[in-house]
Design a protein around this ligand. Structure first.
Ligand code: LMR
Length: 170
């Protein structure tokens, strides 16, 4: 079996509106730049499949998770850019990945509204299993983030062995 085997992302991936740019749906790397608007094109050029900002620790994270689990090729999430004041979104992403949710609340998140309402528990579990999160919170240097993207690609384990998972996030 080809250890770098790729699979088809969900039709129309990425399906949700947001502030992001996309590259190849076969890439194993997603980049979230939290409160920063970085040069997403440069990060796509470095090999990311999707790169964009995420301001809120509820709807923003729901959209991020939805985009990741609907594309099994994504195996790494680089959490970079400026932490979002008040929302503390970057930390909330790491906490969701590490701890999941309890009664819809991201366990360990300290932001104002870390409530996940539009993702099933299975979707959260899938997010936790499909990807490895890389903490680059407050890193805005494109060269540094690009180097990490390339390192992830060099360690690509291939597609997560499951179908794309679709969530009804508005
Ligand atoms: C965000 O946190 O960036 C999102 O809430 C924005 C959106 O797409 O609604």
């Amino acid at each position: 079996e080809d250890e770098n085997a790729k699979t088809a992302a969900a039709a129309g991936w990425p399906m949700l509106k947001g502030e992001y740019k996309t590259g190849s749906p076969d890439s194993c790397v997603a980049v979230v730049t939290c409160g920063s608007h970085l040069d997403d094109e440069a990060l796509i050029e470095a090999g990311a499949g999707i790169s964009g900002s995420c301001k809120t620790e509820n709807l923003g994270i729901e959209k991020l998770v939805s985009h990741i689990i609907s594309n099994p090729n994504i195996r790494f999430l680089i959490v970079a850019g400026a932490e979002v004041k008040g929302h503390i979104t970057g930390e909330a992403i790491l906490m969701l990945h590490q701890n999941g949710i309890s009664k819809n609340r991201i366990v360990g998140a300290k932001g104002a509204i870390p409530y996940i309402e539009n993702l099933s528990e299975e979707a959260v579990k899938r997010f936790m299993e499909q990807i490895e999160c890389i903490d680059m919170i407050n890193v805005e240097d494109i060269g540094e983030i690009s180097a990490k993207i390339k390192e992830c690609i060099a360690n690509d384990p291939g597609a997560f062995p499951a179908e794309p998972m679709i969530q009804d996030v508005k």
